[in-house]
Design a protein around this ligand. Structure first.
Ligand SMILES: Nc1ncnc2c1ncn2[C@@H]1O[C@H](COP(=O)(O)OP(=O)(O)OP(=O)(O)O)[C@@H](O)[C@H]1O
Ligand SMILES: [Zn+2]
Length: 640
């Protein structure tokens, strides 16, 4: 999904699956009509049954053949005009020996045989070649259609008719094999952690035997998660390039086909092919298109097809073992809608998250993309990186390209600052509507907001340690984030811990208040989380002194995640007021505590925000350094 030159487009082997199908229908129907007509054509002149009966009583009939549906025979030529109207007689094609062939429809007439016998007319029960007509008109076209249908189904079955007339079920992945992607980790910049994680897989693909011998377990599936343009496809290609193995690439949306069963067949085929070329990499882009959670929608055909395809993928992933040397990479920017079954152990159980690059990362990406570009002397890529916060790798590649085009248009020998400036303006302006490129004021607000969260967490005895702070927009909702890593898994939380978490939720908003004397809308989610947390403490965990050891709601979710409301149990209006007051009190006390913390540590808050504005991300080491330098407040004894 990126339109770079390395991307293969699907070949036209299969074409529109409807087209051949349609032609066969047309052919079948034409034959049908032809045979129908053929069976009906004869020299017999049709007459009405009533006319036939009158002719019979008048003794004008020589002989008849009776079939299930018709009666035909010959009339005596002479004296017909006394029975039939003149026009009718003229239509008869009588032969020289005096017989005039006719036919009529056979109606349900119980007297027919007795009448024929009474008139001494010779009759036979066998129609001439009637079975031949039936065969041609009905049986043959039906057989033809059955044959057509079964051959369609076989193709749907995948691979069974290899080399057959058409290749609908055949995996398009075949078109996608690239023995050499030509991309290496050298072409991927700014995502070093991800590269490191994949290094192990590169080693494995280069030398599967060694790992097999040692009995090491290599992941089967790796899911690369990240916003559009952050380099998911590039990273997958680079992995294949580094390991020097074939690269099967297919997009999830290509699996979801019109005909039920075709997508599943394609999955089967893809895996069969990949196994033959092992060691190799299967890359499924847009995994969400095919891996959407099952059973959420009531929609019929398309979804069933998607479910079938997904099921087939799960079966295939379970069915082969990694020792064969096939690694499956999936990419998505919407991991939350994936079917949980896809993420279970033995499937896509390794996850690699690609964030939008930070300042250093952007500079490195610019370096990669300017390798082939003649730069004017003295250009500082760092400066360009500094003004493109929020841009992803693809945007930066675009920017470099744009600058080079501008310079060329102006007949310059090298790309200079002015070109880059203009290109950056264009790209940023173009993206501002789509993604978030923050203006300086917003950036400052977010920096202090995140610094507030981080410092509150830092100075709470029971809060998880801060691992990383960032003001690079993530997804649609979050403008920045503070990452806290728990030191251990927790199943029980004490009141003191919940209170500390409450404080951390409020830290962002309180920092804005203190620094700007104003508030922004950015804290909405935090406040929601804080309110939910306080509500749960009061209504579910019995942590309010005034209301005592009672629960007022049935827990609905895990106690660790204060999301969603529980089912309300019956209680009085007075209790309802009490609950509201308690929640309010918890929140206002927390607010005051946080304010105190941040006011006490204002120099550190400012320094941290400043660091964020400069570098966009602050890691654990930098935070320690700043704290040692700027912290003037009372020390905290951390429990965890
Ligand atoms: N980290 C990076 N280093 C160097 N170039 C990058 C990086 N990230 C993206 N690019 C450039 O952007 C282009 C598009 O990236 P890519 O297709 O890998 O993004 P993607 O995450 O797969 O996007 P999508 O979700 O739209 O498919 C790459 O071909 C490359 O030129
Ligand atoms: Zn926040």
């Amino acid at each position: 999904m990126n339109g770079t030159p390395q991307d293969n487009k699907p070949g036209d082997t299969a074409g529109n699956p409807l087209r051949p199908m349609m032609w066969y229908w047309v052919l079948g129907l034409t034959l049908f009509a032809l045979f129908q007509g053929f069976a009906g054509i004869s020299a017999n002149t049709p007459i009405a049954y009533s006319e036939f009966k009158q002719l019979l009583y008048a003794g004008k009939i020589n002989e008849v053949q009776i079939s299930d549906t018709s009666i035909s025979g010959a009339l005596k030529k002479d004296g017909l005009a006394t029975v039939l109207p003149k026009e009718k007689v003229d239509t008869l094609k009588c032969s020289a020996d005096g017989g005039c062939p006719f036919s009529t429809v056979r109606v349900n007439d119980p007297d027919l045989i007795s009448d024929l016998e009474a008139e001494h007319v010779r009759y036979t029960g066998e129609a001439r070649s009637e079975w031949m007509g039936t065969l041609l008109a009905w049986v043959f076209p039906v057989l033809l259609l059955v044959w057509l249908w079964s051959s369609m189904l076989k193709r749907g079955g995948g691979g069974m008719m290899a080399g057959g007339l058409f290749d609908i079920g055949k995996s398009k992945a075949r078109v996608y094999v690239q023995s050499k992607t030509g991309v290496t980790f050298n072409d991927v910049a700014g995502i070093d952690e991800a590269k490191e994680e994949l290094m192990e897989i590169v080693e494995f693909l280069k030398n599967p035997q060694r790992y097999r011998r040692l009995g090491g377990k290599i992941p089967k599936g790796v899911l690369i998660v990240g916003a559009p343009g952050t380099g998911k496809t590039l990273l997958a290609k680079a992995l294949a390039g580094e390991a020097g193995v074939p690269f099967f690439s297919i997009s999830g949306s290509e699996f979801v086909e019109m005909f039920v069963g075709v997508g599943a067949a394609r999955v089967r085929d893809l895996f069969t092919q990949a196994e033959k070329s092992a060691p190799c990499i299967i890359f499924i882009d847009e995994l969400d298109a095919l891996g959407r959670a099952r059973g959420v929608s009531g929609m019929a055909a398309g979804y069933n097809e998607q479910e079938q395809t997904l099921n087939q993928l799960l079966v295939e992933m379970d069915g082969f073992d990694t020792n064969k040397g096939v690694i499956i990479l999936g990419a998505t920017n919407r991991p939350e809608i994936l079917d949980p079954a896809l993420l279970r152990p033995g499937r896509f159980d390794r996850h690699i998250a690609l964030d939008r690059p930070d300042l250093k990362g952007r500079e490195k990406i610019l370096e990669v993309h300017t390798r082939q570009v003649t730069l004017a002397p003295g250009i500082k890529l760092g400066d360009i990186a500094a003004r493109t916060a929020g841009l992803a790798g693809a945007d930066l590649a675009n920017l470099v390209n744009e600058a080079a085009l501008l310079a060329a248009r102006r007949g310059k020998q090298a790309v200079d600052d002015k070109d880059f400036d203009e290109a950056a303006d264009r790209v940023v302006a173009g993206l501002e509507k789509k993604t978030r490129v923050m203006n300086p004021m917003e950036k400052q607000t977010v920096a202090f907001h995140e610094a507030g969260h981080a410092l509150t967490a830092e100075y709470r005895a029971n809060a998880d340690r801060v691992a990383k702070i960032s003001i690079i927009p993530r997804g649609v909702a979050a403008l920045g984030y503070t990452q806290q890593l728990p030191t251990e898994d927790r199943y029980l939380l004490k009141k003191t811990e919940l209170l500390d978490r409450l404080d951390v939720f409020l830290g962002g908003r309180v920092a804005e208040e203190i620094v700007f004397g104003d508030m922004s809308t950015g804290a909405q989610n935090d406040l929601q989380m804080a309110t939910d947390m306080a509500r749960h403490m009061v209504t579910q965990y019995g942590m309010s002194e005034r209301l005592g050891l009672a629960t007022f709601e049935q827990a609905s979710t895990s106690p660790l995640y204060p999301a969603g409301m529980g089912e309300r149990l019956p209680y009085s209006e007075r209790t309802a007021q009490g609950i509201d007051q308690e929640i309010e009190q918890l929140l206002s006390e927390a607010h005051e505590r946080v304010r105190q913390t941040l006011v006490d540590r204002r120099p550190l808050l400012d320094a941290l925000a400043q660091e964020l504005l400069e570098h966009e991300t602050v890691d654990r080491a930098a935070l320690d350094r700043l704290a040692a330098q700027f912290d003037a407040g009372p020390p905290v004894r951390r429990v965890r």
